[in-house]
Design a protein around this ligand. Structure first.
Ligand code: SAH
Ligand code: SF4
Ligand code: F3S
Length: 448
């Protein structure tokens, strides 16, 4: 049978889809990139905000005619929902008439059996199967993810989240924290280096709370950086509460651990941070950001912010704005609060900030960040940065694109160099999101 798989949501889902492909290929399924040839359509879904749900319902609607056609022609068609929305909605997903399989993020080993159960032909009643039990142990140990070729390999080192930020659905869709062993991760990274991946990104819902048999995240990332052949190591997404000095030192000292830290702020107001259960204050956050900049001078800092959390006042919003201006993030993902069923916030605090107020506040933060990002990027004009080439630029014909150490997109006129190579690019111009430059054959690297 042919399986077509579509992935939504965060990098964790991208990485999980690689596990799903491996599980299915090992069981003899073939993977198709053309939906019309598929007997099985799988959507690996996200639940983080309401628009993630809307996207999936829209996609399911588009599958109605295909189901009808396949059911008539072949007598079977499977539409399976995987990932966080599947885990969160469970049986309720069967209310959509095209869905006949629901599998949560910890149950992918069961996929071949579940698919074969729902695709039995000749049954009068449509078959439905669900497996959405969270596990305290599943790390997909022993499954070799089926990756697409490229420059970067995602390596999941821990799964789940125990933080229970009150707005967030992830602790419910991904379950409790669990870490893979150091040996297991190193074994995978050595194989990746041998296969030619130049960059490894360590993944976890709460990646820096990794711990396994006395091995901390700082130990882990150091060991990964020491694997010969690994040119760049990144990690995402961390929580500000888990940045001991040992981790900052590891990043500062190892040239191949990228100087990019994603530091999700969420809000700059102490009152809102408390209601969110973020476990830090505005002052503690700013101090951490300053310490990071002191220890890693050319660091790129990015963040996530939520506007319009319940009870957020104009003063709370101003606190977020001043925190952004004080830290000067290189870029920020800013979201409107979206109430998620089952979360602590949904039970305790009504979603009382009006839609138009959320819109006004988000625009204000976008505008402020826009200026800061541009200024941060402009400070790089004249520098020559090592850039890892990823491929051709989608937007500009005749140009290649790659990433700086800080993970900013860099665009430059085509060179004779190939994806996977790190080359010096002199930065000559910038936009808010991109650095533009040209290849400099004889570089003088200047670090700030
Ligand atoms: N583990 C990651 C978060 C993953 S979710 C971390 O702690 O950084 C990515 C981002 O989505 C969060 O940082 C938050 O800014 C946003 N988010 C999560 N739940 C949300 C909600 N209910 N409404 C709006 N944004 C939300
Ligand atoms: Fe969600 Fe908070 Fe866990 Fe991040 S740390 S996944 S925001 S509960
Ligand atoms: Fe979405 Fe689940 Fe990732 S909710 S953001 S796919 S962990």
């Amino acid at each position: 049978m042919n399986v077509y798989l579509e992935t939504y949501g965060c990098q964790m889902n991208v990485s999980d889809s690689e596990v799903v492909r491996a599980v299915l290929a090992n069981a003899g399924y073939s993977l198709s990139s053309v939906i019309d040839e598929a007997d099985v359509v799988l959507l690996n879904t996200c639940a983080i905000r309401e628009n993630a749900y809307r996207k999936i319902y829209g996609r399911l609607d588009t599958l109605r005619p295909l189901r009808k056609k396949m059911q008539t022609e072949r007598g079977r068609f499977v539409v399976g929902l995987l990932g966080c929305m599947a885990q969160n909605m469970k049986e309720a997903m069967f209310r959509h008439p095209v869905v006949n399989l629901v599998v949560g993020p910890d149950n992918y080993r069961a996929l071949p059996e579940l698919i074969s159960k729902v695709s039995k032909t000749g049954q009068k009643k449509a078959q439905r199967e669900i497996d959405a039990d969270l596990s305290e142990y599943e790390t997909y140990q022993g499954i070799d993810p089926k990756r697409f070729d490229g420059v970067n390999a995602w390596v999941t080192v821990m799964r789940g989240c125990d933080n229970f930020c009150t707005f967030c659905v992830v602790p419910y869709t991904r379950g409790r924290e669990r870490s893979r062993s150091l040996d297991d991760v190193l074994c995978e990274v050595r194989a990746l280096a041998a296969q030619g991946f130049r960059q490894v990104t360590l993944l976890g819902q709460n990646v820096n709370s990794y711990h396994a048999k006395g091995v901390s995240f700082a130990d882990l990332i150091t060991a990964v950086a020491d694997v010969p052949g690994v040119e760049r190591v990144r990690f995402t997404s961390p929580h500000p509460k888990d940045f001991p000095e040992s981790l900052l030192e590891a990043i500062a000292v190892h040239p191949n651990i990228c100087n990019h830290i994603h530091l999700p702020l969420q809000s700059g107001s102490d009152r809102i941070l408390e209601l969110m259960n973020r476990t830090y204050t505005q002052d503690e956050f700013i101090r951490l950001a300053k310490k990071i900049r002191r220890m890693i001078p050319d660091v790129t800092l990015t963040t996530d912010i939520i506007v319009g959390f319940p009870t957020e006042t104009e003063a709370d919003h101003q606190d977020t704005l001043t925190t952004m201006q004080s830290v000067e993030f290189d870029s920020a993902y800013i979201f409107k609060y979206s109430e998620r069923k089952g979360t602590i916030a949904s039970k305790k605090f009504p979603d009382d900030v009006k839609a138009e107020v959320k819109t006004r506040r988000i625009v204000q933060l976008f505008d402020a960040q826009h200026e800061i990002s541009l200024m941060r990027n402009q400070s790089r004009i004249g520098l020559t940065l090592p850039v890892l080439i990823e491929g051709e630029s989608d937007k500009r014909p005749g140009f290649q694109m790659g990433k700086s150490d800080g993970n900013t997109t860099v665009i430059f006129p085509e060179t004779s160099h190939h994806p996977g190579e790190i080359i010096p690019i002199e930065i000559t111009d910038v936009t808010t999101a991109t650095l533009l430059g040209h290849f400099l054959p004889k570089p003088v690297f200047i670090t700030l």
